[in-house]
Ligand binder design. Sequence first.
Ligand code: PMP
Length: 423
Amino acid sequence: MALDLAGAESKRLRERALSVIPGAVNSNIRLSAPPVFFGRASGATLWDVDGRDYIDYVLGQGPHFLGHACERVNAAVAEACAQGMLFGASQALEVEAAELVLQALGWAERLRLGLTGTECVQAALRLSRAVTGRRKFVRFDGHYHGWLDNVLISPDERARQASDGQVGEYLNDSFILDWNDADALAELLREHGDSICAVIMEPVMVNTGGIEPRPGYLRRVRELCDQYGVVLIFDEVITGFRVARGGAVERYGVVPDLAIYGKAIGGGWPVAAVAGRADLMDEFGSGRVNHSGTFNGSVMAAAAVVATQRLLAENSPYDRVADYGNALMKGLAAVAADHGVALNVHGLPAAFHVSLGPQMPVPDLRTLNELDLAGYAALTDRFVAQGLWVMRRGIWFVSAAHGDAELDRTLDRFGAALGGASS
Ligand code: PMP
């Protein structure tokens, strides 16, 4: 029997929401979330409108790397916005935000702020088309690059459009390959290299399974892109400022031409960015390539980025987050073993993946699909019922606000949920 996860107040709100908000959610990704309404969050904890608390491993789908309601970032945003929010012209904090992010990244020379990962992906693709004069791009099965027509594919069937009303023809602009297979890319480029403007990828495939690049894979992709004059785009919307301050570029030492950042870049505030080589990015500045947005580089967004970047620079949380994530990954596997449950836990400590199945390396989508992902998804209601807010698709995000107390409580609650599952 399905667990009833919503308290009385959540139920009342959902009833009202259903008659004014389609599906009671403002983003389709949340259609599959439990019907719980939240009222408050702080650090690593969420409270729903019925007063129940949850240790949060969703973190707003990733942005809250510093924890919820980070006082320093929020105070900086409030203070800056009290002086005005949007001038329809330039302001000082935009400059500081770009300087600080570029310093943190080390490799990129220019940065444009936007609001969402989705639109910054489109800016990078348009720029790639403009500078190469080619139309098609390469992307990979299981990678997510936003909800627009040319990138939204069904998770179940390669290259199939994922939404009614989507202009499916735009999917013909991309070749879709298996990721972590450099030979497949080499073969494709040999045949179609002169019609391809870009290769875009999540440098760690977090959206489907938390899979790391094979040793040498990113380097080989870089070489192939150079060989065929193709722009290499890393979509670091999840990995940026999360797997390391400089994201996957810092972790693996391979430099793209363009990269997209979002989520953790601004401490939970709505802001994203595209960054990259000056000779490419300056085409936005020349006016030849259009990238626009009323809210781009708002005081709110720029202040959030500045405060977040200062905080990350002054008090690096990356070792702490890695320690917590590693302890949690080990702990979840041990608790599951105690309950006779085979649990596969793999990935990077700041963003790992959990499913049912034997512990084994997961280097690609095919191996991931051998695990019991549906069985795990069905269990997540039990975790939520015990006060662990987790995604059904098995990704667990860790923040700088998770500490020893959260670790102990998480493992207790996880054990209680599995106990319930086997009884
Ligand atoms: N790229 C990646 C890798 C993402 O994970 C996401 C969002 N989950 C996006 C792009 C789209 O970002 P947004 O939701 O901010 O539009």
